[in-house]
Design a protein around this ligand. Structure first.
Ligand code: KDG
Ligand code: MG
Length: 408
């Protein structure tokens, strides 16, 4: 069923934080939207779409999603990389949105139909002090939340007060630069490991077994440090430990695996199926958590989910606040329709987001469901989006006590 692409447009908006949205319109006026947000590199992705993909893809048949995906990925020789794959993801999601709108079907129906009624989610819980984190976790249990990713500011990083921060949270950080959008923090892995073990013990004692606990190391440890940590954490029964080592270090991951039974999740930095292949075939992880916007979109995420299933590995797709509701909705449609879904990462939605996006999903008792609106099901108010102006912002940098740059 031929239906040509008439227009491809990018929209930058910042309701609470920056998002890059792709809008694809067909010759008969059907519009589809996708997420092409890459935190800190939004303008680079926008340039790939506006200066390269747009003129090329206009005139192609919007129905042929796999062919367009193959053409852009395989056909262009210089494949991969986060900027390019995020641009491709934005287009891919918009084309699936169009297909759903044409068929009058939600995405989950198009890709095989529901396997389940609702999907389990985990939220972020952060405390600038340990008792704040524990208080927060207890409050979350009362609201029905059943799983959290916990993080905290680390004290005593060389006696320099609060240094460490999660980049997506507005907490105090030492500013080395005067420019408000460039931040540097200090990192000491041994201080971190000690703080993490103490915090995990207190948190587990406080919440008992009524809450699943997840921690994200962000690849900041050496393989031997990560192996020691994963082993020590066994007694607290984490749901999973995320990115214990640099995700490119497959042998490092193997060392962690050989030394501990703490479940492992990895994947948000991967951009192609080839980045995951060794890890999945060798069963080095229990959960694959690729990011739909940085992995090329719905088409390759379905492929990697099937590939993981063959190896008895479940999914836990990346779902932080720095990807837009189009990506979150796409995640949820997939969560509901693949056999090997594990858990979905999410965050507490800022009300300002709903000035721009009409969300089709809703959270209840630690689970998420989605409406049966066609396509991705997300409403987008373009006029409102224009009023939230893009603000340039860099991701922070970590240094050790010698001043050397540490893994992010
Ligand atoms: O932009 C960086 C974030 O996406 C990342 O810090 C979030 O690690 C993350 C997670 O697991 O959600
Ligand atoms: Mg992570």
């Amino acid at each position: 069923m031929e239906m040509k692409i008439r227009e491809i447009k990018t929209i930058l908006t910042s309701p609470g934080r920056n998002y890059l949205i792709v809008k694809v319109t067909t010759e008969n006026g059907i519009t589809g939207y996708g997420d092409a947000t890459l935190n800190g590199r939004e303008l680079a992705v926008q340039s790939v779409i506006d200066n390269y993909l747009r003129d090329w893809l206009v005139g192609y048949n919007a129905d042929r999603i796999t062919d367009i995906w193959q053409m852009v990925f395989r056909g262009t020789y210089w494949r991969g990389g986060p900027v390019f794959m995020t641009a491709l993801a934005g287009i891919d999601m918009a084309l699936w949105d169009i297909k759903g709108k044409r068929a009058h079907m939600p995405l989950y129906s198009l890709i095989g139909g529901r396997c389940r009624d609702r999907a389990a989610v985990y939220y972020h819980a952060h405390g600038t002090k340990r008792d704040e984190l524990i208080k927060r976790a207890k409050e979350m249990i009362k609201t029905g939340i059943k799983a959290i990713r916990y993080s905290f500011d680390i004290k005593d990083m060389h006696d320099q007060n609060v240094f460490y921060r999660q980049p997506h949270q507005d907490i105090k950080i030492k500013r080395i630069e005067t420019d408000a959008i460039k931040n540097e923090g200090m990192w000491d892995s041994e201080v971190y490991i000690k703080n993490l073990l103490e915090t995990t013990q207190e948190l587990r004692n406080a919440v008992g077994t009524s809450m699943e606990l997840i921690h994200d190391v962000h690849g900041r440890l050496t393989p031997i440090q990560a192996a020691r940590l994963a082993k020590e954490l066994e007694k607290y029964s984490l749901y999973f430990l995320e990115d214990p080592v640099d995700s490119n270090d497959k042998n490092g991951l193997q060392l962690v695996r050989n030394n501990s039974s703490t479940p492992i999740a990895i994947g948000e930095l991967f951009n192609t199926i080839f980045d995951c292949e060794y890890i999945l075939t060798n069963r080095l992880v229990d959960y694959i958590r690729v990011d739909i916007s940085h992995f090329g979109g719905i088409t390759p995420v379905l492929q990697i989910s099937n590939f993981a299933d063959v190896h008895s590995i479940k999914t836990a797709f990346h779902g932080p606040s720095d990807i837009s509701p189009f990506a979150h909705a796409a995640n949820i449609h997939i969560d509901l329709s693949i056999p090997n879904f594990g858990i979905q990462e999410t965050f507490e939605t800022d009300a300002v987001l709903e000035d721009v996006f009409d969300l089709p999903y809703c959270y209840k008792d630690g689970f998420i469901t989605i409406t049966d609106r066609p396509g991705l099901g997300v409403g987008f108010n373009e006029e409102a989006a224009q009023t939230y102006r893009y603000k340039k912002r860099y991701l922070p940098i970590l240094r050790d006590d010698m001043g050397s740059v540490h893994n992010w």
